[in-house]
Write a protein that binds this ligand. Structure first.
Ligand SMILES: C[S@@+](CC[C@H](N)C(=O)[O-])C[C@H]1O[C@@H](n2cnc3c(N)ncnc32)[C@H](O)[C@@H]1O
Length: 227
């Protein structure tokens, strides 16, 4: 099944139209998107620009300073959050392997020292890193979380993010519609990732710790607000 990314206008004209009236990118973001789509392996993993713009809008509107970015890849989401937080803001970005970030992201993002220094890149299991932040007493200190790593751990990442966010903090869960396959029981039965995303969607909808809405934005964005 093809992924209906907004930059593929012929596949998804309505999504493309919405993106054209949503996405605002700074030159560094344009450079990183171009570099990723032209040269990085598995470039379909690049975060949808309309989701990143919408997340930046949240961060800016509620004065978010501390961000969890779960799944770095080449750094497009980490860069978006780093541009949205103030000068003393911090973005913790987690990936099992930072090869793509070092090769494609760092050369672009480091052109702006002020932005680059806000990003703390933590390599290794994201779940272990989040558990370490909790063990270190950081619960309730983050403003925003973006979940975009291995789908099997989506429910675990969501639980850790709820713990680490302050009251009023916001979580974005990316790929929550997984090209629409979450709606089809047969596709859920075929794919562990599809089932895991569906389970996370159910969990978030039923969770008393948050208010939430599942949006048809990008490849699906489940937005949760910590009570
Ligand atoms: C979809 S990409 C992230 C895209 C990025 N957020 C962006 O906006 O371009 C998912 C990333 O999750 C990472 N990943 C997979 N399993 C992981 C794990 N167990 N812990 C941390 N990162 C993991 C992959 O290496 C990959 O780079």
């Amino acid at each position: 099944m093809s992924v209906a990314k907004s930059y593929h206008r012929e596949v998804a004209p309505v999504l493309a139209y919405c993106a054209e009236h949503t996405v605002v990118q700074e030159p560094l973001q344009e450079q990183l998107q171009k570099e990723t789509l032209s040269n990085a392996p598995m470039s379909m993993m690049l975060g949808a620009p309309e989701v990143l713009s919408f997340g930046q809008n949240f961060i800016r509107s509620f004065g978010g300073k501390r961000v969890l970015d779960i799944g770095t890849y080449t750094g497009a989401s980490a860069l978006a959050w780093a541009l949205a937080v103030p000068d003393d803001g911090e973005v913790y970005t987690f990936d099992i392997d930072h090869t793509n970030y070092k090769k494609y992201g760092v050369p672009v993002i480091s052109k702006c020292e002020k932005t680059f220094k806000k990003i703390h890149a933590l390599e290794g299991s994201a779940l272990e890193a989040l558990d370490k932040l909790i063990a270190d007493g950081q619960s309730g200190t983050f403003d925003f979380a973006f979940i975009d790593a291995d789908k099997a751990n989506y429910s675990n990442y969501y639980d850790r993010s709820v713990t680490l966010l302050r009251k009023g903090g916001v979580i974005f869960v990316d790929n929550s519609l997984w090209s629409g396959s979450v709606c089809d029981p047969a596709k859920r039965a075929e794919s562990e990732s599809t089932q895991a995303i569906h389970d996370a969607n159910d969990k978030i909808y039923q969770d008393d710790r948050t208010y939430s809405a599942l949006l048809n934005l990008g490849d699906g964005t489940h937005v949760a607000f910590k009570k």
